[in-house]
Design a protein around this ligand. Structure first.
Ligand SMILES: [Zn+2]
Ligand SMILES: [Zn+2]
Ligand SMILES: [Zn+2]
Length: 265
């Protein structure tokens, strides 16, 4: 789960840098800066052209109209909302912060109308990962038994003769991280199939778990729902090898608990 972190200073490409003085000198610079700020300085805002009306629901009367023609560059910016930091750092940070508060409320209570008594509920923080599709170079985090990538004492080789041991301590940003040792051996097909089915696998999991609980309680699912409710929250992330995995908080609530902060709002 990514948590909001301070924005790292970024170096602008020279082509963009050239445009800065020109933009700053324009008459509509202030309005433009206001627009950019309103979309959280999104890196790839969607540019809309046309009109938006605010309509009184009861009477159908148009209260205000915004025409993109009057805006700088003649466009209305809307944030891209991309969750990936590589696509848009500001939007992904905002999503991370929102997600953090949602998960925090669901796990600890004390915000979003969730009582702190929620901490007494049975709760599991699970990480659901894909199986191995073949060895890949890894960035080992502090706390791992070794920081070396894949140390093997005996020289292990794949059928293509590739050495499957790597004694390197890879650094963040190292291009080899997540790359297979042998592209011939790595099961790319299974990797792609996993990506495609990961959301469906999660959906099936949310269906299967209440069934398992009912089974354990020796009651029907309908009866089990009257005794216990399962609340889920999950965040999908890419591992270094580019495979989706899920971090999930799974909480059990009683029948009288009328709360579910995990539902997106
Ligand atoms: Zn964005
Ligand atoms: Zn390595
Ligand atoms: Zn191989």
């Amino acid at each position: 789960m990514s948590v909001a972190s301070p924005a790292a200073p970024q170096v602008l490409e020279s082509s963009l840098l050239d445009g800065v003085p020109a933009r700053a000198q324009r008459e509509d610079h202030e309005a433009w800066a206001e627009q950019a700020s309103r979309v959280g300085h999104c890196h790839r805002p969607v540019k809309l052209v046309g009109q938006t009306h605010t309509i009184d629901r009861a009477t159908g009367v148009i209260l205000t109209t915004l025409d993109s023609n009057v805006l700088p560059d003649g466009v209305l910016y809307v944030k891209c909302g991309n969750r990936r930091a590589t696509a848009c750092p500001p939007c992904s940070r905002e999503y991370g912060a929102d997600m953090w508060h949602l998960l925090r409320a669901g796990a600890a209570g004390g915000e979003k109308g969730v009582p702190t008594s929620i901490v007494t509920h049975p709760m599991v923080f699970a990480t659901l990962t894909a199986p191995s599709f073949g060895p890949v170079h890894a960035l080992k985090r502090p706390g791992c038994t070794t920081r070396r990538c894949r140390p093997r004492s005996r020289r292990e080789r794949c059928p293509h003769g590739v050495n499957l041991s790597c004694m390197a301590t890879h650094q963040p940003g190292d291009a080899v991280i997540g790359q297979p040792f042998c592209v011939e051996c790595y099961d790319y097909e299974a990797h792609v199939v996993w990506q495609w089915w990961a959301p469906e696998l999660w959906r099936r999991f949310t269906i299967a778990l209440p069934r398992v609980i009912a089974n354990q309680l020796h009651v029907t699912q309908k009866m089990a729902r009257r005794i216990v409710r399962v609340s889920f929250a999950k965040v999908g992330e890419y591992q270094q090898r580019g495979v989706i995995h899920f971090h999930a908080i799974i909480r059990l609530d009683g029948p009288a608990d009328d709360l579910d902060p995990f539902r997106p709002r």
